[in-house]
Write a protein that binds this ligand. Structure first.
Ligand SMILES: [Zn+2]
Length: 256
């Protein structure tokens, strides 16, 4: 069954065999991309406990990943600290524009305050936006203005933002958004401009791809809250994902 930790373990084993190891985004953002790398990105939208379980599994395989936390929604100092102690990167999963209903001045201040809160627990040098599918704002707009983008690096001392400071053209970008492996569907904002086709009809197809000849630069983005070996946990998460997808499709229809 897909979306179990057991299954994730198989994906990781295949990737480790291909790439030897993994990079964190702190190693990638703001510098020239290595010719060959695999990076694991985790947006911790909910369920920090599942992020900890995933972090332990990766650590047991000698792999590092980048975990992005929402403040205050998944700000759990003890767990964040534990994840960092395993050698993983901690980053900020920001949503300040939607939280401030589009007021950029308020959003910028909010970003600074929450970043500081996260930095009281861990070292933070990269960030990525949270989608907030039901709100009409794109949180990345906070940094699209070049002057504000400079602030991100200078005032906040960040290496950069994952969507805006990485050129994805030559990167295979594979994510579990929409609870499937097909790119594009149900991903209103979680989308990058890649020229590499990475769309799979099933988890088995994905595993075959990882074991075969995956693209030489690869980002594997999975949401820890969706991955559990517990059967009841699965049923609950499935219901939640389905409800969110239905709501997203509704919003898409309204926008057409
Ligand atoms: Zn998110």
């Amino acid at each position: 069954m897909d979306f179990t930790l057991r299954r994730y373990h198989r994906y990781l084993t295949a990737l480790k065999e291909q790439f030897g190891g993994t990079h964190t985004f702190a190693q990638l953002v703001g510098s020239a991309l290595p010719e060959r790398f695999c990076a694991l990105r985790h947006d911790v939208d909910r369920r920090v406990d599942r992020a900890v379980a995933m972090a332990e599994l990766e650590h047991s395989l000698g792999l590092v990943a980048s975990y992005y936390f929402r403040i205050p929604y998944t700000f759990d100092p003890k767990s964040i600290h534990a994840i960092e102690a395993l050698g993983h990167e901690v980053g900020y999963h920001y949503e300040n524009v939607s939280e401030s209903n589009g007021d950029m001045v308020v959003a910028l201040e909010d970003f600074g305050k929450k970043l500081e809160q996260l930095r009281s627990v861990a070292k933070v040098s990269t960030c990525c936006m949270h989608g907030r599918p039901l709100k009409p704002y794109d949180n990345r707009d906070l940094w699209r203005d070049p002057a504000r983008h400079t602030l991100l690096k200078e005032r906040f001392g960040m290496l950069g933002e994952l969507y805006l400071d990485i050129d994805y053209t030559d990167i295979a970008y594979i994510n579990d958004t929409g609870r499937n492996w097909t790119s594009g569907k149900a991903n209103r904002r979680d989308h990058v401009n890649s020229a590499v086709t990475a769309s799979f009809d099933s988890g088995d197809e994905l595993l075959t791809y990882f074991r075969g000849r995956p693209h030489h630069r690869l980002v594997f983005q999975v949401h820890p809250e969706r991955w559990t070996d517990s059967w009841t946990g699965h049923a609950g998460q499935w219901a939640l994902d389905t409800a969110i997808n239905v709501a997203k499709q509704g919003v898409n229809l309204l926008r057409r």
